[in-house]
Design a protein around this ligand. Structure first.
Ligand SMILES: O=C(O)C(=O)CO
Length: 281
């Protein structure tokens, strides 16, 4: 049985961030992911998860100065102390949210530069060992250069060989089907080969990163394959709705949680013409 996590950075943007948890649960999601929780106190996030009976599937460790263009620090030589601090911060949020996997972004750096490769390796090993003591997996995600020019980890083969070479049980691959298709294609065969080291899967249409039933990939086929391969984690819906989150959830209807939601009033509020994005409706 496939289970999906709504990405609250890209989806449910019609609501303020904390209210997106409620909206996702009301739409039938059992889990959520997003890029970063750090603008909100851990307790505030935990309270939204709890009241909506949502699992926290994934988020990223702090990435450095995002506004200044940083996209992670792991491959930046001389920044290990900041990576270590970011892991401590991530762990505080992990303790509050119960998340069992955190994504370490590599940063903008040249993979042909031996110093960057060495810095990355060290950061991965240190972070994995630290997270492992709390039962948390460290995820590494290859990201395509169109979305993130200059990103260090832009190759699945490099990620695979590092993960296999390190042999650390809690270092796993974050397999975003969208990035894979753009970078290297051959999605089905890659899923088959890489499944033993995959810790998390994400989806979106290619090339536009919208709802998965659109454009060049055949997701019904891929979903069957993912089930056949016995992937039992959540599948993160990291896509930008084409025209509104709820309007675009037709593809998700067969997978939406069927039971009445414990808070249950959200759809009723919409039906009553109240503004569902406001607290207390
Ligand atoms: O851009 C993405 O795909 C990410 O998940 C960044 O963390």
């Amino acid at each position: 049985m496939l289970r999906f996590a709504a990405n609250l950075t890209m989806m449910f943007n019609e609501w303020p961030f904390l209210d997106r948890f409620d909206a996702a649960a009301d739409a039938g999601f059992e889990a959520v992911e997003y890029l970063f929780p750090y603008d909100f106190p851990p307790d505030a996030i935990a309270a939204r998860l709890e009241r909506n009976h949502l699992a926290q599937a994934l988020f990223n460790l702090p990435p450095g100065d995002w506004a200044a263009g940083e996209r992670g620090l792991a491959a930046l030589s001389g920044r290990l102390k900041e990576v270590q601090k970011s892991v401590e911060t991530g762990l505080a949020y992990a303790a509050a949210t119960g998340v069992k996997r955190l994504h370490l972004m590599s940063g903008i750096a040249d993979r042909r530069d031996a110093e960057s490769v060495e810095a990355y390796r060290k950061a991965v090993v240190w972070s994995a060992e630290k997270l492992g003591r709390s039962g948390v997996d460290l995820l590494l995600e290859p990201i395509n250069a169109r979305n993130m020019p200059g990103y260090f980890l832009n190759d699945f083969a490099f990620a695979e060989s590092l993960i296999r070479d390190l042999g650390l049980p809690n270092v796993k691959l974050q397999f975003d089907v969208y990035h894979r298709q753009i970078m290297q294609g051959d999605v089905t065969m890659a899923l088959r080969t890489l499944m033993p080291i995959i810790g998390y899967i994400q989806i979106a249409s290619v090339p536009s990163r919208h709802e998965p039933h659109e454009e060049e990939l055949n997701y019904p086929f891929l979903f069957e394959e993912i089930e056949r391969l016995r992937y039992d984690g959540f599948i993160g819906c990291e896509y930008v709705p084409r025209q509104g989150t709820l309007e675009g959830l037709g593809w998700f209807a067969p997978y939406a949680a069927k039971s009445a939601h414990p808070r249950g009033h959200w759809r009723a509020a919409v039906a009553d013409g109240l503004d569902p994005s406001r607290e207390g409706t």
